[in-house]
Design a binder for this molecule. Structure first.
Ligand code: C2E
Ligand code: CA
Ligand code: CA
Ligand code: CA
Length: 280
């Protein structure tokens, strides 16, 4: 019945309390969850715009609880970024990916490069790359099959460190990709000083409404041109329909990732998709 400011205030408080209870709960169970294999690594294919072939994939983590509840990364990643657990989770995802690649090598299956998300928190430890290198060695996986994705805002937070980090990544034979590129309010110009291999263009530029569509396309076009001049590869994420695909073909981007072709797939379905595509 009550709709005055006081009632609104208490609804706000209630919601805040509920989300704090939820966060507390997730923090209480996260350690057991990682030990109990509740985190699963899904793979979303990246497709070559011109050949429609799967050329790679991004590893995306899912939390599937014992009760079969699926918790979205949109909920737990920001929490783990806040409490630092993201370091452990990123390493876990990387190890799961190395296991998969090891299996594909042993079974003589087709292998495509897998990108793994790297939280900016890793950059606070100057020696972080060693932990990753140890996992690569444990599974004896050729590092050319592995790529890191870190965001444009991670670069902005660690401007002085980033060139050294990219060098360390290259020194162990991996490549790197700038995730959510274009959304971080940094100048397009700055990227030329960082030797990254791929620009992953943020999905927001595909989401423009009718009147701003042209502007979104112009941004995508200039990022693709910049990348070509700097000999970087481009990936556009969040492609959902044929109209977007045709536009991106025309702009000559390299790869696309999005629901139009594939959602993130469980390992088994991913293997099916890769091996089907390679036969035709
Ligand atoms: P992101 O790295 O930008 O990943 C892309 C997100 O967009 C994924 O959401 C993916 O499922 C979704 N997506 C892909 N194609 C489409 C499409 O066509 N339309 C729409 N609407 N969405 C699409 P997801 O899996 O929920 O992950 C959300 C975010 O969580 C990721 O954004 C990433 O920032 C973070 N994340 C996920 N896994 C990891 C991880 O292992 N480590 C770290 N540090 N972050 C992760
Ligand atoms: Ca990503
Ligand atoms: Ca992204
Ligand atoms: Ca994004």
């Amino acid at each position: 019945k009550k709709c005055g400011p006081r009632a609104m205030y208490s609804i706000y408080n209630l919601r805040r309390d509920q989300s704090m209870v939820r966060e507390k709960y997730l923090e209480d169970v996260m350690e057991d969850a990682i030990k109990g294999s509740e985190f699963k690594v899904y793979l979303q294919p990246k497709v070559d715009v011109h050949t429609n072939q799967i050329v790679g994939a991004e590893a995306l983590v899912r939390w599937i609880t014992m009760k079969n509840e699926i918790i979205s990364p949109v909920e737990f990643i920001p929490l783990f970024e806040k409490n630092g657990f993201i370091i452990e989770l990123d390493l876990f995802v990387f190890e799961e990916v190395c296991k998969m690649i090891r299996k594909w090598i042993d079974e003589d299956k087709k292998i495509v490069k897998i990108s793994i998300n790297l939280s900016a928190h890793h950059f606070e430890n100057t020696n972080f790359i060693k932990d990753y290198e140890n996992i690569i060695q444990k599974y004896n996986v050729p590092s050319k099959y592995l790529e890191f994705e870190f965001t444009e805002s991670a670069i902005n937070e660690h401007v002085e460190l980033i060139s050294g980090i990219v060098k360390q990544i290259h020194d162990i034979g991996m490549t790197c990709s700038v995730d959510d590129f274009g959304s971080g309010y940094s100048s397009l110009n700055r990227i030329k000083d960082i030797q990254v291999d791929t620009l992953k263009i943020d999905r927001v530029f595909l989401l423009m409404n009718e009147e701003n569509k042209q502007r979104g396309q112009s941004v995508i076009k200039s990022i693709i041109e910049l990348a070509r001049n700097l000999e970087m590869t481009t990936v556009v994420e969040g492609v959902e329909n044929e109209e977007q695909l045709n536009m991106l073909k025309e702009l000559n981007c390299d790869f696309i990732q999005g629901y139009y072709f594939y959602k993130p797939l469980a390992q088994e379905q991913f293997e099916e998709a890769v091996n089907k595509k390679s036969c035709n």
